[in-house]
Design a protein around this ligand. Structure first.
Ligand code: CU
Length: 637
């Protein structure tokens, strides 16, 4: 990305984080830009006073001999995200319609079994007690290529035409849930234009109740699974015929994903069992199970990390105007008036609370880590002091045992000053061994990612070590034998694709859109928009190498995050554009991945096997980018 000070009036410094031979060069941003008088100063929020919420397992709606069925709704509610004494925060979150106490941000965890069907009815219940729709909590920019329900059937999923700069969209909120990392048929993938509105009483006349792909997928789901979709819901089927792994689900509505995810529509989905898992007892556990009694001790815990900002009234803060590029907008220019290139929040939440504490025993813990931030890169480390100069020395190593799609072939130990980079959408399965740490010791999970601020977003959570309650019988990480990982086989096709920024044709230096594109054999980029004809058409049953060019310049750019639906890929290597010297994938990327770093001015190569026909997508997983055109359809044919 070509962000410069003159054009952005932003503070930036070229921070280079050395990570095991790979240099992630990312600019450092001033946070809370466009701060309003009502914004809560993150430095005034007390830390570590809230005990970590261990996300329980989501209740099922029914269980048969072959299927675990769930009825999960998105609803508006309030949650105490800030510490006690501060106001509660309005959120959109998921829960089971069978249990009102299960509604939480992030969602309670869906526990799934390898090769056993999970069926989820995803209901959009973003309505009030009268059954009327609720408007979005955050400012919806109606000038992007977005769902545009108010455009009716003819103009949904488009870039609406305006003759003057509009205000934020206040209508009913569409959702569509993508299971990130899942091997599914297209009807169950959560395609960005398969959204649907709530079945509210007051949907204005002429509004499209669903996106352009919804009806077709409803028919497919009926034919394939006998599913009966109706207004305000879709039924998705997850075959779970993949490796044991921690997937996650989140809203994927076209042009609104950044807002729906920030509002809280995220959760983890953990698949266990089968030949790609380890036997019970080898790793630290248990994790929360459905129906667990309160007060149980858990040694496997998901950590869902986000970075919201707040107003003093407890509501979430997100700029409601474009703080990067000043007016004029429509009709004088092509610059979005509300959307921002990127917005880093100024707090860190873990499992729905700012800077929590976790009381731990002196034993091993397994953490299923998810970066659910919209755009914030994390570099995680366990340290003993929050005031040490960075990069700080680790107090305890991180033993990385798994990546997005399952176990690594072997344990990767990160210690010394090396942290674990976790970009948005990436998941890592990590063991931390507190054995032998003295009771009363405080340790901290910190973030040394490029946008981190010491004292706020540089801190994730605290661990307080207490007494051992029961013997730890899990295998020490040094002795772990992880399940084999068979990478995708030889590829016959190399496909060259790109991420690039498109400058405004009106205002010098301003951004109009972020785009994907295709690259020819001479390295020339052709920018392609979401609505252009599909160019990525892998053959069913084929294995391909995708070379992902990030054309942002090194001097000013940041990484993008490459994500493909349907597949788990292998990260092969990276090389500077124009160079023939490649660096191998980072050590912690040695397992199956569905999202990865695509650094600036670099070609990132991944290899994937395409074994299901249908429409899917690939895109940048910085949500602010994917919402403004950095996304393309992909058709397995
Ligand atoms: Cu991006």
């Amino acid at each position: 990305m070509d962000f410069t000070m003159t054009r952005r009036q932003a503070i930036r410094a070229g921070a280079t984080v050395a990570v095991a031979g790979a240099a992630l060069e990312l600019p450092l941003w001033l946070e809370s830009r466009g701060a309003s008088a009502a914004q809560l100063d993150a430095t005034t929020i007390p830390q570590f006073g809230t005990e970590l919420y261990v996300l329980p397992a989501m209740p099922t709606s029914s269980v048969s001999s072959s299927v675990d069925a769930y009825s999960i709704a998105a609803r508006p509610f309030k949650q105490q995200i800030l510490p006690k004494g501060f106001p509660a925060t309005s959120v959109f979150g998921f829960g089971s319609t069978t249990s009102s106490s299960s509604f939480h941000v992030p969602s309670h965890t869906v526990e799934a079994t390898v090769n056993r069907q999970t069926r989820v009815t995803w209901a959009n219940q973003l309505v009030n007690s009268a059954g009327d729709y609720v408007s979005h909590l955050l400012a919806v920019d109606p000038t992007l290529h977005w769902a545009n329900p108010g455009g009716g059937t003819a103009k949904r999923d488009s870039v609406p035409a305006f003759t003057s700069t509009p205000g934020a969209y206040k209508g009913p909120v569409p959702i569509v849930v993508h299971m990130h990392g899942a091997h599914v048929y297209e009807d169950s993938d959560g395609f960005p234009t398969a959204w649907y509105l709530p079945a509210a009483k007051n949907i204005p006349k002429g509004y499209a109740a669903s996106g352009s792909k919804y009806a077709g997928y409803a028919t497919e789901a009926k034919d394939r699974f006998g599913a009966a979709w109706k207004a305000g819901l879709a039924q998705y089927e997850y075959g779970n015929d993949q490796r044991a792994a921690a997937l996650w689900f989140h809203d994927h509505t076209i042009g609104m994903t950044r807002l729906n995810v920030r509002a809280g529509l995220v959760g983890m989905y953990i698949m266990r069992g089968g030949g790609s898992d380890l036997k019970a007892g080898v790793l630290p556990g248990p994790a929360p199970k459905r129906g667990d009694a309160a007060g149980k001790s858990y040694y496997e815990i998901p950590l869902v990390i986000q970075d919201p900002s707040f107003n003093t009234d407890g509501t979430q803060y997100l700029p409601s105007t474009n703080t990067f590029d000043a007016a004029p907008y429509i009709p004088q220019t092509d610059i979005p008036p509300i959307w921002n290139d990127i917005y880093y929040g100024d707090t860190i939440t873990v499992n729905g609370n700012t800077w929590p504490n976790l009381n731990v025993e002196p034993r091993r813990y397994r953490f299923r880590i998810l970066n659910a931030c919209a755009v914030r890169p994390l570099t995680l480390k366990v340290v003993s002091s929050l005031t040490a100069a960075t990069p700080a020395s680790s107090a305890l190593p991180l033993y990385v045992i798994g990546s997005d799609g399952g176990f690594l072939p072997h344990v990767v130990e990160l210690s010394g000053t090396t942290g674990l980079p976790v970009l948005p959408a990436e998941r890592y399965d990590v063991i931390v061994d507190f054995t032998g740490v003295k009771a009363g010791t405080h340790l901290y999970l910190t973030n040394e990612g490029s946008a981190a601020t010491v004292g706020t977003t540089g801190t994730v959570m605290r661990f307080t070590v207490g007494a051992l309650k029961s013997k730890d019988t899990s295998t020490p990480p040094a002795h772990l034998k992880l399940p084999a990982y068979a990478a995708p086989g030889t590829a016959k096709v190399s496909r060259l694709v790109s991420f690039a920024e498109v400058a405004s044709t009106f205002t010098a230096g301003a951004t109009s859109t972020y785009t994907c594109g295709t690259v020819d054999s001479s390295g020339n980029n052709t920018v392609r928009s979401w609505s252009d004809a599909v160019t990525e058409k892998p053959a069913y049953g084929s294995t391909e190498i995708w070379e992902v060019y990030n054309f942002s310049s090194t001097a000013s750019g940041i990484s993008h995050v490459f994500h493909m639906h349907l597949v788990q890929f292998q990260v092969m290597d990276r090389r500077t554009i124009g160079s023939s010297t490649a660096s191998p994938a980072y050590a912690w990327e040695a397992g199956p991945k569905d999202s990865c770093d695509a650094p600036t001015d670099t070609i990132t190569r991944v290899r994937a096997h395409f074994d299901r026909k249908g429409s899917y997508v690939w895109h940048c997983h910085f949500l602010d980018h994917e919402d403004n055109a950095m996304m393309r359809p992909m058709q397995v044919v």
